[in-house]
Design a binder for this molecule. Structure first.
Ligand code: UT7
Length: 367
């Protein structure tokens, strides 16, 4: 008996951005930097700083994505949580979301490939849908980077922000969803981006978890990012048998406007067909692509049946690209009333709080 091909279609989308805004002007009060440097070198104007744990942002994003798809937690068979800034390593982040949305029958797993974690997670979930293991999956990209940031280091502190988003993937027999993907990793360049103080090995060196120093070769990462994303896009288009002309919208990883422009130029895609929101949020690592995807749909940039290209890169140095055929529906079936709790703390106050806590903890640690 011949089985019909199953595709994995995106039927729900939802985001959660914490309300506290950290502007470039704010950063000039704590770092030797300028709005002009940050804007011209990166395109970033502001980013968000979370007052809640990662799991809270992810829960809100997940509830919104589920409502958008017209589903409830009990309908979900698989939760994939892409992140590198876990509240906890054990138990994993996905099981926390499972509990909170009531997805009692779901499998739950975390994926960490740094900034590409959402897209690697999308492949994991799409693969399980195509093979018939699951039918409905929730894929989350969420990051709480601010507690792991070294707020004294201007090379990295101006680049990142916090945020979360999720999509619902459902089995479909139509020609839609994740149609082609290419994933890879330049492991020879893995030392170009290393966050010291964010793993078990540092316990042996007397470093407190979360008290970080960032090893970060910006210019080399930049070159690999452009190369990796362009090559992955070419590979995906070849698999599909279409040229860049056939792509309706590119929704890339949002780390730096100049990286996005360089990839678009290599691909010969005009910037009018590229979605950019890095100016609002900076680099939210795993959350950038799903937040950008949500906003592209909300802003009417995604037409029914549109062909989207989602290139990404991150620590590892991982890279990838996904071609997604959007379905007929570009509006949510429902909405969720779930919100983050309010805060009266400013972004600068939140940063000062976390920095002070880390300093106190580090000075009271017996080496
Ligand atoms: O998702 C993966 C995460 N990784 C990335 O996104 C990194 C990709 N790389 C980049 O986005 C860019 O390389 C950066 C934005 C990180 C840096 O831009 P650049 O044009 O490559 O600058 P640069 O590293 O060559 O630095 C130029 C100068 C240096 O001063 P000198 O040595 O020329 O005197 C830096 O010290 O800019 C200085 N600088 C700053 N100045 C003001 C570095 N950071 C800052 C800052 N404010 N925040």
């Amino acid at each position: 008996m011949q089985r019909r091909a199953i595709n994995a279609a995106i039927t729900g989308w939802g985001k959660c951005l914490p309300p506290a805004v950290l502007t470039n002007a704010d950063l000039t009060t704590i770092l030797d930097t300028t709005d002009e440097w940050i804007t011209t070198r990166t395109g970033i104007r502001e980013r968000r700083i979370s007052h809640v744990p990662l799991g809270d942002m992810a829960h809100v994003a997940a509830a919104r994505a589920l409502a958008c798809a017209g589903l409830e937690g009990k309908d979900i068979d698989l939760i994939v949580f892409g992140t590198c800034s876990h509240d906890d390593q054990v138990p994993n982040m996905a099981s926390g979301v499972q509990l909170r949305i009531g997805a009692h029958a779901a499998a739950a797993m975390d994926v960490n490939t740094a900034c590409t974690s959402f897209l690697y997670g999308l492949s994991s979930a799409a693969g399980m849908i195509r093979s018939g293991v699951v039918r409905n999956a929730l894929v989350i990209g969420a990051e709480l980077i601010s507690p792991f940031m070294d707020w004294r280091d201007r090379n990295v502190a101006v680049l990142f922000g916090d945020g979360a988003a999720a999509v619902v993937l459902q089995a479909s027999d139509r020609d839609e969803g994740v149609l082609a993907e290419k994933l890879g990793c330049y492991a020879d360049a893995r030392e170009m981006l290393r966050v010291h103080g964010m793993g078990g090995r540092y316990a042996n060196q007397g470093t407190l978890y979360g008290v970080t120093r960032w090893q970060f070769e910006g210019q080399e990462i930049f070159k690999r990012a452009v190369h990796g994303m362009s090559a992955a896009c070419e590979s995906v288009l070849t698999t599909l048998g279409v040229t860049a002309e056939g792509v309706d919208l590119v929704v890339p990883h949002q780390a730096n406007l100049r990286i996005i422009e360089a990839v678009a130029k290599r691909m010969r895609v005009p910037m009018e067909r590229v979605f950019v929101n890095v100016q609002r949020y900076g680099n939210m690592s795993a959350a950038t692509v799903p937040v950008a995807l949500c906003e592209a749909v909300e802003e009417g940039r995604v037409a029914p049946g549109a062909l989207l290209l989602l290139p990404g890169f991150g620590g590892g140095l991982s890279y990838c690209a996904h071609a997604v055929r959007w379905g007929e529906r570009v509006t949510p079936l429902g909405t969720s009333s779930l919100e983050l709790p309010p805060t009266d703390r400013t972004a600068l106050e939140l940063i000062r709080d976390v920095s002070a806590r880390k300093t106190r903890a580090a000075s009271s640690t017996v080496m």
